[in-house]
Design a protein around this ligand. Structure first.
Ligand SMILES: [Fe+2]
Length: 200
């Protein structure tokens, strides 16, 4: 919610990528590039490694309000961008991009899972209780209610648990991981890259 405020998002319309990019750059040094849709993973990682977030600028159809398998600007702007104004998330995602560029074979699969269970479907424990920060949840009304319900198996985040956990894209997520803090994510990942010989 703090990120939404920093980016000056309100209900007057879809914000411009140029304005969002300027505000994000002032907050954490991330900028935004407009892209036509899903990118090849190498191009995606390359942009992240340069602290550039690729964003779509088209919006989903009315019948896709709850879920769309391909990203649209509601997912990119409202789901991802506010989180990139948070310094530890911004630094983690930058390091993630640089690391993913160098990863090969099974390491790529591990990083896909890490991305899924944090950036897209992550939860975090805060003083007020369990909170959502993953963009895949934030941009789906059903996932938002489901993620904080009793039907989800919420486990403590650890690099080992997450990289070994398979997932499916096509239904509400039965299993999620909760961080203790965003610094925990950045520290655990940095430590893991050293162990894997993937330091950048
Ligand atoms: Fe996403």
């Amino acid at each position: 919610m703090e990120g939404v405020r920093i980016l000056n998002m309100d209900n007057s319309g879809v914000p411009s990528l140029r304005d969002l990019s300027a505000r994000m750059e002032a907050a954490t040094g991330w900028r935004i590039a407009r892209i036509p849709g899903l990118l090849h993973e190498k191009d995606f990682f390359k942009l992240l490694s340069q602290r550039i977030f690729p964003s779509t600028d088209y919006i989903r159809e009315k019948h896709e309000l709850d879920y769309t398998p391909a990203p649209d600007c509601f997912h990119d702007m409202f789901g991802h961008m506010p989180m990139l104004t948070e310094p530890a998330v911004a630094d983690f995602y930058h390091l993630f991009g640089k690391t993913a560029l160098n990863a090969t074979g099974i390491q790529r699969t591990w990083l896909e899972r890490l991305h899924w269970f944090t950036i897209e479907f992550g939860l975090i424990r805060q003083a007020e209780g369990l909170r959502i920060f993953g963009a895949g949840i934030i941009s789906s009304k059903n996932e938002v209610t489901h993620a904080l319900s009793d039907s989800v198996d919420v486990r403590d985040f650890s690099m080992d648990a997450v990289i070994n956990q398979d997932y499916e894209v096509w239904h509400l997520q039965p299993l999620l991981f909760a961080l203790e803090s965003f610094e925990q994510l950045e520290d655990a990942f940095r430590h893991w890259t050293k162990k894997e010989g993937l330091s950048v």
